[in-house]
Design a protein around this ligand. Structure first.
Ligand SMILES: O=C(NCc1cccc(CNc2ccc3[nH]ncc3c2)c1)c1cc(-c2ccc(F)cc2)cc(O)c1O
Ligand SMILES: [Mg+2]
Length: 214
């Protein structure tokens, strides 16, 4: 039977990346997507912005919405301090199956909790199921029409505290206009736009970083 793009991406990781070396996994995926097939990983240009936000936040507890193949999961996990935890949600079981193997190959599995399911169902369960108090950093990279809904849901569930950072991918392409409108006009957030490009292309895109003011 035909392989899927995530399966071909995983094969490239097994072939080209060194087990236990997260940077080599990131490099192998970027090479695959530049040379063979485009895939919706955050990519290296936006990935460097992600890295800088993770490093400056130095988070103990991270939520990622939208794992896909685990590219940004590996980038984030490789920068976490010891004992920090990253919970990542993926709705598509095929994506999740590939992501588990990419995360394992990178050697960051003990920092990552991959949950198969969707944000609307799992955000309200974070405290009871995973003992989460609040998230220091949330990376939004799932369905763009869920960014605003889920931000409001996290507020309602008391999952954000003063200083919590939201970092949203694709706020230009494909775009999340209702999210941008809300977050840039809310007195409860301080937002900053990082202009960049859509992964592996010259198209315009960018990340929106928003600090919850409590
Ligand atoms: O749409 C995007 N990503 C989201 C996405 C997409 C499909 C499936 C899933 C299934 N995963 C999923 C769903 C719901 C969920 N709820 N909680 C967790 C969770 C997880 C997620 C996207 C698109 C483009 C893009 C495409 C084409 C183009 F021309 C330009 C740009 C670029 C990106 O960087 C993107 O991130
Ligand atoms: Mg994205």
């Amino acid at each position: 039977t035909q392989s899927t793009r995530p399966q071909r991406l995983l094969a490239a990781v097994h072939k080209k990346a060194t087990r236990g070396n997260p940077r080599s996994v990131v490099k192998a995926i970027d090479e695959f997507c530049n040379q063979n097939e485009w895939a919706m990983n955050v990519g290296n240009e936006k990935g460097e912005i992600l890295d800088s936000v993770v490093s400056e936040t130095n988070p103990g507890c991270v939520l990622e919405l939208g794992t896909y193949c685990g590219y940004s999961t590996v980038r984030i996990a490789s920068l976490l301090p010891p004992h920090a935890q990253l919970i990542t949600l993926e709705f598509n079981p095929d994506n999740a199956a590939v992501a588990r193997q990419v995360i394992a190959w990178a050697g960051v599995a003990e920092k990552v909790r991959l949950v198969e399911g969707e944000s609307g169902e799992w955000i309200p369960k974070m405290k009871e199921q995973f003992g989460v108090k609040t998230f220091d950093l949330v990376f939004l990279d799932h369905w763009k029409n869920r960014y605003l809904l889920d931000t409001k849901l996290m507020e309602e569930c008391g999952l954000l505290k003063k200083g919590s950072v939201l970092l949203a991918d694709n706020v230009v392409c494909p775009g999340a206009p209702d999210y941008l409108e809300y977050i840039r006009n809310s007195p409860q957030y301080k937002s900053q736009f990082f202009k960049s490009h859509l992964e592996y292309t010259k198209a315009e895109d960018g990340l929106e970083k928003s600090v919850f003011l409590g």
